[in-house]
Design a protein around this ligand. Structure first.
Ligand code: HEM
Length: 414
């Protein structure tokens, strides 16, 4: 019997793990769907998501309260007493105020800065591959896909490599809080890590104000806004936090999910080895299918309608980017990977409009460099026997593989 939306519980582990049938049923039967027992309307058609993302007056990004997660337990609340007062910047702010912060990010994240990073990202990718190539096997998520964006962003932010483990732990804690599915023990650990991050970054910002260097934190620490003032500590720390979280988990997931797709579809891997000029398009196709930022929240500011469905003021809207990116009205055979797909880059993996990802250029560059080097140096790549369950982190907003054990041969030129 054909399924209907009510047959799926969006928050259930099996649906989070494998949501694509649910997305298809939603697009077909209920493209504007009130998740039962909640005030969350999920939209799943690409055009609807595009329109809603542009309408910042009706669909506000002021969901800071959600980011903080559910009411913290007593122990977590005690830890949060030492935290900085939460400030709305970037992701959780609407125009016109959003522009104040966004223009700072655009300044420190210019196209020329990213273009100049090509050789340096390539060097990191090569060093990471050097670290495992002679073993003929590796745990790809940790040894490559996590390390690459963490190294890049840490270097850009000017955080020493000796602190890389901390950066990863902090960004995991932020991502877990954003996902809203942490256990009480994890919630306390997240609180500890978040306060630790804030205290660490406060010291770094203070240091860069006294001794500026050529890195992004120095730029952010010293840039002046509005009436010529520098950012408050809360503003600076919040913006750096967003660069860390938004940049790490997502890029890691795109690289590891992309490699899994290519392992499962050896014809696609071969096509790229035969013609590396297809890699840029393959990156778009991977972003479309993986959509690491699977969905994002908006707060509905006035009574409205989408496709004739009433949406009352005060509801939450979930822009389900991952569902829109498989919309059969836009993409032929949307669940199939095709590195030659003509309109692969019509996806919304980086969002749309005001909040369009400022790190998109950097993420694309990291993915292009990563896949170029992997294709060049590894061959006969496969899943390691008996070591993979290919499960994803339980998170309603971000999607990413937990681990990926692979074996491979060294390419003659590798
Ligand atoms: C494959 C990797 C990435 C994906 C899939 C991704 C996805 C997204 C999406 C969908 C949004 C829009 C959020 C919304 O609609 O509310 C966004 C915003 C953002 N992203 Fe990315 N991102 C990636 C990489 C990065 C990187 C590398 C950085 C920085 C180092 C970054 C920094 C940000 C920031 C700061 C925002 C908030 C922008 C604003 O609100 O104006 N992202 N990202």
């Amino acid at each position: 019997m054909a399924k209907c939306p009510a047959d799926f519980d969006f928050f259930a582990a099996d649906v989070i793990e494998s949501p694509f049938e649910f997305y298809r049923v939603l697009r077909e039967q209920a493209p504007v769907y009130l998740l039962p027992g909640t005030n969350i309307y999920m939209i799943s058609r690409l055009d609807d998501i595009r329109q809603a993302a542009k309408d910042t007056a009706t669909y506000s990004s002021d969901f800071l309260a959600l980011l903080k997660g559910p009411e913290p337990s007593e122990e977590a609340a005690r830890i949060y007493q030492d935290a900085l007062e939460p400030v709305n910047t970037l992701l959780t702010l609407d125009p016109p105020r959003h522009k104040v912060y966004r223009s700072l990010i655009n300044k420190v994240f210019s196209a020329s800065r990213v273009e100049k990073m090509h050789d340096y990202i390539d060097q990191i990718a090569n060093e990471l591959i050097d670290g495992f190539i002679d073993r003929g096997e590796c745990e790809f998520v940790e040894e490559f896909a996590t390390a690459l964006p963490v190294y890049v962003i840490a270097d850009q932010l000017g955080v020493p490599r000796s602190d890389l483990r901390k950066i990863k732990a902090w960004s995991d804690a932020f991502a877990s809080r954003l996902g809203g599915m942490a256990t009480p023990e994890e919630e306390v650990e997240n609180a500890r890590l978040i306060v630790d991050y804030q205290q660490y970054m406060t010291r770094v910002v203070e240091d860069r104000r006294a001794n500026p260097r050529d890195d992004m934190i120095s730029d952010l620490a010293n840039i002046t806004i509005e009436d010529g003032r520098v950012l408050t500590m809360g503003e600076a720390v919040s913006m750096i936090e967003q660069l860390l979280v938004a940049g790490n988990e997502t890029t890691t997931s795109a690289i590891s999910g992309g490699l899994l797709l290519l392992i499962q579809l050896p014809g696609q891997w071969q096509a790229l080895q035969d013609d590396p000029t297809l890699i840029d398009n393959a990156v778009e196709e991977i972003l479309r299918l993986e959509s690491p930022s699977a969905g994002l929240w908006r707060v509905v500011t006035r009574d409205t309608q989408i496709r004739g469905v009433d949406i009352p003021k005060g509801s939450m809207l979930m822009l389900r980017y991952a569902a829109g990116n498989r919309d059969e009205q836009v993409f032929d055979q949307p669940d199939h990977m095709d590195v030659c797909r003509r309109n692969a880059d019509d996806h919304l993996a980086f969002g749309q409009g005001t909040h369009f990802c400022p790190g998109a250029m950097l993420a694309r560059k990291e993915m292009q460099v990563a896949f170029t080097r992997l294709l060049q140096r590894l061959t006969n790549i496969r899943l390691a026997d008996g070591k993979n369950d290919l499960s994803h982190w339980p998170n309603v907003v971000l999607r990413g593989l937990k681990s990926l054990h692979i074996t491979f041969d060294k390419n003659a030129s590798g």
